[in-house]
Design a protein around this ligand. Structure first.
Ligand code: ADP
Ligand code: MG
Length: 696
């Protein structure tokens, strides 16, 4: 049985079983079968040593003839191996003594590597594997594409190096593969050209070709993505079922007046966004929507429109932002544009006690239509008479719990979360698959594109000259340093040093330092001084508040741009270019930057489309890095590669939504959901047991 302990596999006793559990989380036969090779080596053709040419990458099988430590200045281990057709030197520069003990004359091994020439033909640090010398070359180790498995020192000591894993894998597959049953409808797999589960598992470990291995990966990735999408579809369905249906639709007269009053014409994307939101709000179940748009895309107007729609049917709206300064900025905008149509108030941590009491009362009585604020909104004593819409700006800055707390203050309110971090579609659909997505891609045409430059450190003086020029014209400058880890003293030191240096260079200007270690109120105070124009140059670690609007800041200088992700660099660039004058963004990098890293940065010169940049980032750095989150449980997507599996994600989502929407519960979905769930014990931060509990 697949769920038997691995102990039932020949060659694994209780001790080894315990080790596999502790070191690799492998308990059952099935766990073992799902143990993913870290990569594959092409050993499909073996070559006699005599035929090897210099520069060739080859796999050979040879016997150790002599082992010695050689070299005078730099010691190395010199292993001479032969196969009857010739001899070859296998050379190791590291781990000499350890390796010395490992090899003995007479051992037969397989070596894969590049043939070099240094006095004689040699391979330096090849991949190697011991071959059981008593048998013919075991066909699982050579003469084919072979998997390399992740291992650990303890596992290796117990014989579980790649070779050991291959051996037990062969046994496990020979004895258990026929028990692997398809858990998904096989027509679905056929439609998508994916192999059966059994084929996939066999090819995962013993592929005939690299294509086979990739097909196997995609099949297993599909399982994973399909499961995730089922979960999301279930969550979406449950939410809709749980909530009270609403039947009064929104009215648009006030909205129309508001739009007519705006000093600008909405972009098409803004119009589309408002339309989508309106339609969602008119559905009988609550809206659950994410609004994505680059900085400066004009999300605030959309938020105001949504709020007015809620107010039009007698509901209240709550707008929550992550910082005081952002909340204050939103409040000012709301008050300016819609004060005639609705009563808007601001509630933050620094709202005076008496004022706060007034606001709470007004809110509870329903006299306040729109309450803008910070986390202060979720405090226990804040109550609404009829909260119908929740808008959360910079939603990634809030936790799930905080969102839930605000939600509980209403009766199945509509939810609109906003983010200025464009993320690739594959990520949106995986991370936020339970949300509907509205994207504002087009920026207001009144925007003057930011001019972007890449400069090596050696051009620093020129950058300083430009800074001086713009500050003398009364413009303001952001000067940003990388912060790898906020706890690192070093980073703070480099920010402080840069700050001191700039003070020396520009004694005539007002310069301030902002960093993550400061208390929030201090940060707010500095930001608001900057906003008021009291600071010329703001030196900062990458904590500059997203969304803060300082139109007079026209220069952004980023030091060590090579240390940031592209999306982050693009975010920083979004801090400028918010006013009516030409803005500049300068990314500085070391003179000796690698050409690869430089190419990467050049993407920023070429495009200012946050979505394009995010896609590039995903390709280069992977999903976890991109959103800077392990909390989403990405590490648990074992087989999927979000940078290339978008087609699978879309298919999985389509199938999952169709199946789940039409099923009554998990027993009638038409596939064994429990079996599928059992394979993903921990996905998206949610235990499968809990998922099953929610679903059944
Ligand atoms: P973000 O999407 O980053 O939150 P904002 O909503 O703060 O962007 O908008 C940035 C600026 O663009 C604001 O000053 C806003 O008034 C202006 N704006 C928004 N929509 C338009 C438009 N359609 N045409 C011109 N300016 C606009
Ligand atoms: Mg904003």
């Amino acid at each position: 049985m697949l769920d038997s302990s691995v102990q039932y596999i020949k060659g694994i006793g209780p001790k080894k079983a315990e080790l596999l559990r502790a070191e690799a989380g492998i308990e059952t036969v099935e766990d073992l079968l799902y143990y993913i090779p870290r990569r594959y080596l092409d050993r499909s053709s073996l070559k006699p040593i005599g035929s090897l040419g210099v520069g060739e990458i080859a796999t050979i099988v040879a016997t150790v003839e002599n082992i010695s430590i050689a070299g005078s200045r730099r010691k190395f281990l010199d292993v001479i191996v032969g196969d009857g057709s010739g001899i070859l030197h296998v050379v190791f520069f590291g781990g000499i003594h350890f390796l010395h003990k490992m090899f003995s004359p007479g051992d037969t091994l397989l070596f894969s590597g590049r043939v070099d020439f240094f006095k004689t033909r040699q391979m330096v640090h090849p991949e190697f594997d011991f071959i059981d010398s008593d048998s013919r070359i075991a066909s699982i180790h050579a003469g084919r594409i072979v998997p390399l498995y992740p291992s650990s020192e303890k596992l290796r000591a117990a014989g579980f190096d790649s070779r050991g894993f291959r051996r037990v894998m062969r046994t496990a597959i020979d004895s258990f593969a026929n028990e692997i049953t398809e858990m998904l409808p096989s027509e679905m797999m056929r439609d998508y050209g994916l192999p059966s589960l059994r084929e996939a598992i066999i090819s995962l470990h013993f592929p005939e070709t690299f294509d086979d291995a990739e097909r196997a990966r995609r099949r297993l990735a599909f399982n994973e993505l399909f499961f995730m999408q089922c979960y999301l579809a279930f969550a979406r369905k449950k939410l809709r079922e749980k909530t009270q249906k609403r039947d009064n639709s929104v009215k648009t007269e006030v909205l129309k007046k508001f739009l007519a009053r705006l000093p600008f014409e909405l972009t098409n994307d803004q119009k589309k966004a408002i339309e989508e939101i309106k339609n969602s709000m008119n559905e009988p179940f609550p809206m659950n929507r994410m609004l994505q748009g680059d900085v400066g895309a004009g999300k605030t107007v959309v938020a105001m429109a949504a709020s007015l729609l809620a107010v039009s049917r007698g509901e209240q709206a709550a707008v929550m932002a992550p910082t005081e300064i952002l909340a204050a900025q939103h409040y000012a905008t709301f008050a300016r544009f819609i004060a005639d149509d609705a009563r808007v108030e601001l509630l933050t941590g620094s709202t005076k006690k008496s004022r706060r009491e007034e606001i709470l009362k007004g809110c509870m009585k329903g006299e306040i239509d729109i309450l803008v604020g910070t986390h202060a909104l979720i405090q226990r004593d804040v109550a609404f008479s009829n909260l119908g819409l929740i808008i959360i700006d910079e939603q990634h800055r809030f936790g799930v719990r905080q969102r839930a707390l605000l939600r509980e203050k209403g009766n199945s309110p509509d939810l609109l979360v906003m983010t200025a971090t464009p993320i690739p579609r594959s990520l949106s659909l995986t991370l936020y698959g339970d949300l509907d997505l509205t994207i504002i891609r087009e920026k207001p045409s009144s925007r003057i594109p930011v001019k972007t430059y890449l400069f090596p450190e050696s051009k620093k003086q020129g950058v300083y000259n430009s800074i001086r020029k713009y500050v003398l014209q009364k413009h303001q400058v952001y000067y940003v340093l990388p912060l790898i880890d906020e706890s690192e003293k070093l980073d703070l030191k480099s920010a402080t040093e840069a700050y001191e240096e700039l003070k020396q260079i520009f004694p005539e200007f007002s310069i301030a330092l902002l960093h993550g270690k400061m208390p929030q109120d201090r940060k707010d105070a500095i930001m608001s001084d900057f906003k008021d124009g009291a600071i010329d140059i703001l030196v900062s670690t990458s904590v500059i508040e997203v969304g803060v609007d300082v139109p007079n800041a026209t220069v952004m200088v980023v030091q060590h741009a090579e240390r940031f992700g592209l999306s982050q660099l693009h975010q920083l660039r979004g801090r400028v270019g918010r006013g009516s004058e030409q803005s500049f963004c300068v990314y500085m990098h070391p003179d000796d930057i690698s050409s690869e890293a430089l190419e990467r940065l050049k993407i920023l010169e070429k495009t200012s489309d946050g979505f394009v940049i995010a896609e590039e980032d995903l390709k280069i750095r992977g999903a976890g890095e991109l959103i800077g989150t392990r909390q989403h449980g990405y590490g648990n997507l074992e087989f999927s590669d979000l940078s290339k599996d978008i087609d699978l994600i879309i298919k999985a989502r389509k199938e999952a939504r169709e199946i789940i929407e039409s099923a009554d519960d998990i027993h009638t979905v038409g596939f064994d959901f429990r079996q599928l769930a059992g394979r993903f014990p921990f996905l998206a931060g949610i235990r499968s047991k809990r998922i099953l509990a929610i679903l059944s």
